[in-house]
Design a protein around this ligand. Sequence first.
Ligand code: XIL
Length: 366
Amino acid sequence: MITRRALLAAGLGGVIAPAFAQAPQPSYPGLAALAAGKRLIFGTAAASYELHDADFPPLLARESAMLVPEYEMKRHVVEPEPGHYDFSGIDTLMAFARARGMAFRGHPLVWYNANPPWLEEAVSSSRDEKLVTGYVTALASRYRGRMHSLDVVNEALAQPRDGENNSSGLRQSFWLKTFGPSYIDMAFHAARAADPEALLVYNDYGCEPGDTAGDALRANCLKLLDGMLARGVPVQALGMQGHLSAFGPKVDQAKLRNFLSEIAARKLALLVTELDVDDEGGAWDVGTRDRAVADEAARFLDVMLDSPNLQAVLTWGLSDRYADPPDSLRLKMMGWRDRKFPYDSGLAAKPLRAALAKAFSGQRPA
Ligand code: XIL
């Protein structure tokens, strides 16, 4: 084999250097192109620090046709002090996306989590609607006309799987305590007023498993959407996060199919907004885990892609390189690394990537 060192020794290093600097372009089509062939947008969450890695941005641009900020649109980042906004993270990601012809989505505008400490305190002592709508208006108007869709309200439903149960079906958040369910309507009206074009999405998780918790969530989700539609609230789509589990509660394909037909019957669009597959609880053997992750995603996508109103599939990251550490302290101590995304930390494609490509290559209803 002729090594680079041997060429350098022969004085040819300068001649071949440009060839080494050029990353070889894979000959197979990217996920974005495959999805486009099926009238779908494939995208992913990303963070601006990921753009500093030399080898990652080209992969991101090739595979993904849509970006969503993984954390840089969360209120604790953007509005650390009341009325003092820092849009720099979003702007960096959006500039990257626009320069490469990628679409962009906004997430999340109203959430019970990832808020600055001042907000919860203010909401506990005041019913000023601007505490809800101010942020929605600031974001939606600044990026007006540049957002494919906005996750206006995120995770407003109670999660029976976490032991949360109440008659309203809504999460007992600080928003609900002060405003009652009306905070959801307020947020959607403010978003519509600020951006007449973006698709307005209600986004949540947990509607795929067949257990009683899944049954309750599906029913509560439909109840929430029906109420909004009956009141003339401008909700246009359901975002299903798609945080799946390879070794936990599995996707119930029949129940999911039924649920999706209920969503379609309401003329709502559908998005998979945060797909990833938790592999905690699985074997240490990487091959076994990767196959289980891919299989569960395939079972989910099989059903999702049959829904004619599905517009986009986004993963909650493209590479395990940027995955959060495992939830379990025990696994963390043992050096476990989650393998929930399509590419491993060295940017090699995994079976999950193949499962996505296969799903995007199948037939879809017109
Ligand atoms: C998570 C991010 O991945 C973390 O990095 C951040 O610290 C907290 O939020 N549901 C959502 C996402 O809607 O916004 C969450 O993202 C994951 C669960």
